[in-house]
Design a protein around this ligand. Structure first.
Ligand code: ABU
Length: 473
């Protein structure tokens, strides 16, 4: 019973050791219980409540902050309720995002990382993590195909930031004076990317002051390896030929598709990636590493340092007793940087490279099962022709009332409302979650993705049954 105990009674309080251990064991029990239930298909994916309901306060769960300390009993209730009203992204029927699953080794790695509670900026306070990061990035560069795995890289807070790094580094490569003199040291520059590429490329252009006009000087081309909605792979070799001809920086956004490099069966989809100047690759997506874990990899060694270093004397003293090239923090645009490497390194140790390959191949097989199941099924229309390149299977569910309706505006308007309606019912029931969106001139459709190795064919069957149950008018 923790009702008469408070945070002040825990370590470093005198005699705080025993209550600290007991409290943490209770927390571990809450967490392990959550993990167990996440893999139990009789547990719901979510217990949905509207924002106003959660803000008004659920029974015993109040989000408002208090002036006075609450008992540890209440803190444990808060921990349980936080998980209860959240979404089980590791559940085998959660298909809503590109990152899903709950890897047990990765989870252990995340717990250890929080316990170590350090910062990646200097070797002096993160010696082991800094070395793990360097070795892992080198291995990733070898897998990309850069000679000897040479080059540079960092783990960053997500694919959008990794993509932004690529634009910054490209600009620095061609116009280094921008760092000290500003944008007036360069002509008006322009980026190239496809319509289906991730919006973060446009955002990087906006943040870094590029604009979108014709007539400016081309600097940078982004090729996407695994687009967010269709999972399509741009032809990297063809794009690389153009970049070489016109001396442009080639970036490959492999945030989603990069994981396929681990698979001998699927890595040909990224053929030519070794010709890129930079690559974004998010192990927290297709490789099942817990969020967050995103790498920006650069072929030219030292360029991140050149682009971003500010040499802050209070942190990056040049006269330390060790080799200060291991103080990697000045390569980043952040100062403080979370340790994202350990869970990934630990998973790689535990599974081996072959384990990641099996994970990727299995997820692709499961999505192929879905594609084959629905491509000719009554009530389904595929959004794009042919076999998907990634695990993205995009489709419309056509309710019985729309099946005989001629194609035209009325049908489009009605079909546009189907996926959001079914999704809302799924969330209210809590049985499964899958994403939907419009794309270009296409009305709302479902985008199904698989990145969780706990998913089986029976979960795919369940999803289809559930769409048909909820979508039957
Ligand atoms: N690029 C962020 C991932 C978005 C998604 O999960 O669909």
């Amino acid at each position: 019973d923790f009702s008469n105990l408070f945070a002040r009674d825990l370590l470093p309080a005198k005699n705080g050791e025993e209550p600290t251990i007991q409290f943490l064991l209770e927390v571990v029990e809450i967490l392990t219980n959550y993990v167990r239930k996440t893999f139990d298909r009789s547990t719901k994916v979510l217990d949905f409540h509207h924002p106003h309901q959660l803000l008004e306060g659920m029974e015993g769960f109040n989000l408002e902050l208090s002036d006075q300390p609450e008992s540890l009993e209440q803190i444990l209730v808060d921990c349980r309720d936080t998980l209860k009203y959240g979404v089980r992204t590791g559940h085998p029927r959660f298909f809503n995002q590109l990152s899903s699953g709950l890897d047990i080794i990765g989870l252990a790695g995340e717990w250890l990382t929080s316990t170590a509670n350090t910062n990646m900026f200097t070797y002096e306070i993160a010696p082991v993590f800094v070395l793990m990061e360097q070795l892992t990035l080198k291995k990733m560069r070898e897998i990309i195909g850069w000679p000897n795995g040479d080059g540079d890289g960092l783990f960053s807070p997500g694919g959008a930031i990794s993509n932004m790094y690529s634009v910054m580094v490209a600009r620095y490569k061609y116009f280094p004076e921008v760092k000290t003199k500003g944008m007036s040291a360069a002509p008006r520059l322009v980026l190239f990317t496809s319509e289906h590429s991730h919006y973060s490329i446009k955002k990087a252009g906006a943040v870094l002051g590029f604009g979108k006009e014709n007539g400016y000087v081309p600097l940078f081309v982004n090729a996407t390896a695994g687009t967010t909605v269709y999972g399509a792979f741009d032809p990297i070799n063809d794009i690389a030929d153009i970049c070489e001809k016109y001396n442009l920086w080639l970036h490959v956004d492999g945030a989603w598709g990069g994981g396929l490099l681990m698979s001998r069966k699927h890595r040909h989809k990224l053929s030519g990636i070794e010709r890129a100047n930079s690559v974004t690759w998010n192990p927290h997506k297709m490789m099942g590493v817990p969020l967050q874990c995103s790498a920006i990899l650069v072929r030219e060694k030292g360029i991140l340092q050149g682009c971003n270093s500010m040499c802050a004397g209070y942190l990056f003293q040049p006269d330390k007793q060790y080799d200060v090239t291991y103080d990697t923090g000045d390569k980043a645009i952040q100062c403080g940087r979370h340790v994202d490497i350990f869970k990934f390194w630990l998973m790689w140790k535990a599974k081996g490279t072959v384990g990641f390959e099996q994970h990727i191949d299995r997820c692709l097989e499961i999505s192929e099962y879905l594609y084959n199941k629905i491509k000719n099924r009554v009530g389904y229309e595929m959004v794009f022709e042919g076999q998907p390149q990634h695990t993205n299977v995009c489709f419309w569910y056509i309710p019985p009332s729309l099946r005989g309706m001629p194609h035209g505006d009325e049908r489009r308007e009605k079909l546009h409302r189907v996926a959001p309606k079914i999704k809302a019912m799924m969330m209210e029931c809590g049985t499964t979650m899958v994403g939907y969106q419009p794309q270009g001139d296409k009305v709302n459709f479902f985008r199904m993705v698989v990145s969780n190795h706990a998913v089986t064919k029976s979960d795919i069957d369940f999803l289809i049954d559930e769409i048909e149950r909820l979508g039957h008018d």
